[in-house]
Design a protein around this ligand. Structure first.
Ligand code: SAM
Length: 205
């Protein structure tokens, strides 16, 4: 099993749905048929959920071709455009998407500003950037265990918590998206979700 195949396994664990769900909730006000790009889609779970639960037109992109190969294994994504990216570039027309999502991506990139500039460029006026990031805070309480359910694949939840906490805390301290929004005169919002374990931030341009 390579990393991308392992990531498919992680994304298919029941807990992962509860982690990703807030992103779909933030996108809910968008009109049906809105065009959404999921950057750093990995094995494509958000796309799969989005295609089954929304009327949006989804596309995915990632810098890792092995991840995209895993995403292509999802039957729901047979007709979904999946793009291989060169880091820091988004090879799409200016003002061509209604929303761009980043789930557990921006906090891994040492300097995300070039990618954020590209995102602002490809978003239409009033377009929305949405980022989901582990906080490294919050508790693994009985409540969250009840929420995600008892399932053998949920062991990956504990690994995720262990692996992402450090970068998650650094991301929260830097306030990169709040500063970027100020620089662009755009509205910035943040919600703590998933029992305090994750944050969803969004910028309305
Ligand atoms: C932790 S995974 C998250 C995957 C998926 N978004 C999810 O929520 O499960 C991070 C993904 O971001 C991708 N990635 C890393 N750097 C990137 C960049 N500069 N541009 C686009 N994708 C990137 C990786 O290849 C990987 O698939």
């Amino acid at each position: 099993m390579n990393m991308a195949q392992f990531f498919y396994y992680v994304q298919d664990a029941p807990w992962y749905f509860h982690f990703l769900k807030p992103v779909l909730q933030i996108l809910e006000p968008l009109p049906d048929n809105a065009k959404i790009l999921d950057v750093g889609t990995g094995a494509g779970k958000l796309l799969e959920l989005g295609k089954s639960q929304t009327g949006f037109r989804w596309e995915g992109a990632d810098t890792d071709n092995e991840m995209l190969s895993e995403a292509r294994k999802r039957p729901a994504l047979l007709d979904t455009p999946l793009h291989l990216l060169i880091p820091d570039t988004l090879p799409f027309e200016t003002a061509s998407f209604d929303a761009v999502t980043f789930c557990s991506v921006l906090f891994l990139i040492p300097n995300p500003l070039p990618l954020l500039e590209e995102t602002a460029r490809i978003l239409r006026p009033n377009g929305r950037l949405v980022a989901l990031t582990p906080t490294g805070e919050g508790n693994i309480s009985p409540k969250i265990i009840r929420q995600i359910g008892l399932h053998p694949q949920n062991w990956t939840f504990f690994l995720w918590r262990q692996m992402t906490s450090g970068n998650g805390r650094v991301w929260a301290q830097k306030e990169t998206l709040a500063k970027f929004a100020r620089q662009k005169n755009a509205a910035y919002n943040k919600q703590i979700v998933f029992n305090g374990l994750a944050a969803v931030e969004w910028i309305q341009f």
